[in-house]
Design a protein around this ligand. Structure first.
Ligand code: GLC
Length: 663
């Protein structure tokens, strides 16, 4: 018997997809070349593409139309986009198409409680891309399932903002290897159940990118890829409402390009030229790059600096509505052509704006899959310094609800600085002065506070608003550096407990925790960057140390600091994997226990809730059991240590920096 074959005639009619009349018309008019582009594929592959295209086209149209719909060439643009998607899909290797199918069936894969990220600069961690594969066992030991490889694509020579000044989006940086190496690393990671993530720098490219070089030499086509002005008139208007991202080393938002004689929009450094996303050619270029990288096996794109992608006079040019349209459209392109791929938004903005990166209102749940929980990070460090959780509890309780199809990336350290994003309103609500508290945090983490445990470095002192951001590794900020210098065993113990408290918090919050390279071993601040001409001006390099594999070799010896940290962290990671309440699908709520130094949250799961308790002080704290909701009060088990929680006379005991996951 010959197997039954589906044909195009079996495709569900477009009417089944609830497309708007405009979207349907656009889809029909713009798909005329589609069959030719797909013609090399087996028929079932062609069918699959069309099914996905029809299923998601409305989302795509709804993202594109508000931004580009007014243009006469809109249909021509959509046609090119459809052909690019079909081309990307046609070139997709078989193994990745299988992953696409798996993820069609398990679209919540990145929300699973087994997800755990590990983040590193390739050069610092392994020396080159090819050598990353030598360390996969190490990543596996940690339980990592998501690997963020940093500075992978070609960046400019000299200063390059840590790799975020890209000269070629589609080629691996020559100092790290080749595209084949990237493909091999991705394959090796995938075969071990780890999803590779790389950055896609959406807001800007390097001033040496071929597009910028052409623009400088007067090519009008490429000048329209950027914001270039003949004089200061418009730049001055914009400057009135624009903040400065790097006030110390890159004041202002515009740079005079000597070659073209034009003022160029450069939000970050003078060598990073902002892309003009109102030009649909920019959209097409980036989509093409996205598919090329996805087809090498990249599974997650960290969309860098997305808040800045749209400019509007009279505003701070961040979080503009068009950003969410564009991101929804980009996300939909992946869903249609490379559905295994997830998008992570890097937007370090206030909560009400942050939530929009998951999609609110007409964008609900359609903008990106994952976004950084910057507030959780800031409030961890704030509560740790003040030994007081009231601000943290208040601010995080006020957080808007998220769609249940997304995941927070929870983290406490990354390659960037910490900015004290403490809202004045939140501070006021608990009778604190926001400015004074931010100043206290800067002093504390710069190591300028008498009796403090932290040793960090001030970054970008903003003379206008007084902000001083902070750099430093987890261990140095949490007290290990000073404790080791003192040779004080008790202080070493407390520093380790602070680090483990932090990891329990990000693993127990419900979302995808990201571990930053070296934190699992307690790597300290590394000041050697100051001798490198390309890094000396940017103290973020103090917390981008080279991996110390000799220290890593001590990780199984629990009498060492490395062993205590490493084993502590993998025990937390293992507990996370067996705790189904920690899937990002379930709501995380903040509990106000009325306790000044314990932070509490609850993850509600149909099979029973999980309560996380975190003591931010070096004293034992007691929690009254009858203050906890939803619990079978007598038989509470701590899922972290898999034992009965210690209770007496109606209280739960939390030791110094203790953490409990009660179920
Ligand atoms: C992101 C990166 C940061 C970089 C900036 C500009 O915030 O994390 O390192 O400096 O974008 O590209």
């Amino acid at each position: 018997m010959t197997p039954e074959k589906n044909t195009f005639a079996d495709l569900p009619p477009l009417s089944e997809y609830h497309l708007s009349a405009e979207a349907r018309l656009c889809l029909n008019e713009c798909s005329t070349e589609l069959d030719t582009v797909l013609s090399t594929l087996p028929e079932h592959d062609q069918l699959l593409f069309k099914l996905r295209q029809h299923r998601w086209f409305q989302n795509l149209y709804d993202g594109l139309a508000p931004v580009y719909g007014h243009r006469k060439d809109f249909n021509g643009f959509v046609q090119k986009l459809i052909d690019t998607m079909a081309g990307g899909y046609a070139a997709r290797p078989k193994a990745l198409k299988l992953l696409d199918l798996k993820r069609d069936l398990q679209p919540d894969w990145f929300q699973h409680e087994s997800m755990l990220g590990y983040v590193f600069y390739v050069e610092q961690f392994a020396g080159s891309l090819a050598k990353v594969t030598d360390h996969i066992d190490y990543l596996d030991e940690l339980g990592a399932t998501y690997i963020h490889l940093m500075k992978v694509m070609q960046s400019r020579d000299g200063e390059d903002d840590g790799g975020y000044a890209v000269t070629d989006y589609a080629s691996v940086d020559k100092s790290l290897g080749t595209n084949d190496d990237l493909k091999n690393v991705c394959t090796a990671l995938r075969n071990r159940g780890m999803s590779p993530c790389i950055d896609l720098v959406l807001n800007h490219c390097a001033s040496e990118h071929p597009w910028a070089m052409a623009a400088r030499s007067g090519d009008e086509h490429y000048q329209s890829y950027f914001y270039m002005f003949d004089d200061r008139q418009l730049p001055d208007v914009f400057e009135e409402t624009l903040p400065e991202v790097f006030p110390e080393f890159a004041p202002g938002n515009f740079t005079l390009d000597e070659v073209s004689g034009k003022w160029v929009w450069t939000t970050f450094n003078h060598f990073q030229w902002d892309l003009n996303w109102s030009n649909p050619d920019v959209f097409l270029e980036i989509v093409d790059v996205m598919f090329k990288l996805a087809n090498l096996g990249v599974e997650v794109f960290r969309l860098d600096a997305v808040a800045f992608m749209w400019k509007r006079p009279g505003t701070d040019c961040q979080n503009q509505e068009e950003v969410f349209d564009l991101m929804q459209a980009l996300r939909t392109c992946s869903r249609i052509a490379t559905p295994a791929v997830a998008h992570k938004a890097e937007a370090i903005v206030a909560p009400d704006d942050l939530i929009r990166y998951f999609g609110v209102g007409r964008h609900h749940g359609k903008v990106s899959n994952v976004a950084y929980h910057n507030s959780l990070m800031v409030h961890y460090w704030s509560a740790l310094a003040s030994r007081n959780t009231r601000l943290m509890t208040h601010a995080l309780s006020e957080f808007p609800r998220t769609p249940n199809s997304i995941s927070w990336a929870t983290y406490l350290r990354c390659h960037d600085d910490i900015g004290w994003a403490i809202a004045d309103d939140d501070a006021r609500a608990i009778h604190l002065d926001g400015f004074a508290h931010r100043r206290f945090l800067s002093d504390f983490y710069a190591g300028e506070f008498a009796g403090g445990f932290a040793r960090g470095v001030v970054f970008q002192h903003n003379k206008v608003n007084g902000d001083r951001r902070i750099n430093g590794t987890f261990a140095s900020l949490a007290g290990l550096e000073i404790a080791l210098e003192e040779g004080n065993e008790h202080h070493i113990h407390l520093a380790i407990e602070r680090i483990l408290l932090g990891h329990a918090l990000i693993c127990g919050f419900g979302g995808m925790p990201l571990l930053y390279m070296g934190d699992e071993l307690g790597l300290l601040n590394d000041h050697s960057y100051a001798t490198s001409p390309d890094h000396a001006g940017d103290s973020r390099w103090v917390h981008r140390p080279v991996m110390n594999w000799e220290r890593a070799a001590r990780r199984h010896d629990v009498s060492t600091i490395e062993g205590r940290l490493f084993n502590g962290i993998i025990a937390i990671a293992q507990a996370r994997r067996r705790t189904q309440q920690l899937s990002a699908r379930y709501d995380t709520e903040i509990l106000d226990l009325g306790h000044p130094s314990v932070f509490a949250n609850i993850n509600r799961h149909p099979n029973g809730s999980l309560i996380g308790l975190y003591n931010f002080t070096e004293q034992t704290q007691l929690i009254r059991i009858d203050h906890l909701p939803d619990m079978a009060l007598l038989n509470m088990v701590d899922e972290l240590e898999q034992q009965q929680a210690v209770t007496s006379s109606g209280h739960i005991h939390l030791r110094a920096y203790g953490r409990l996951w009660l179920s």
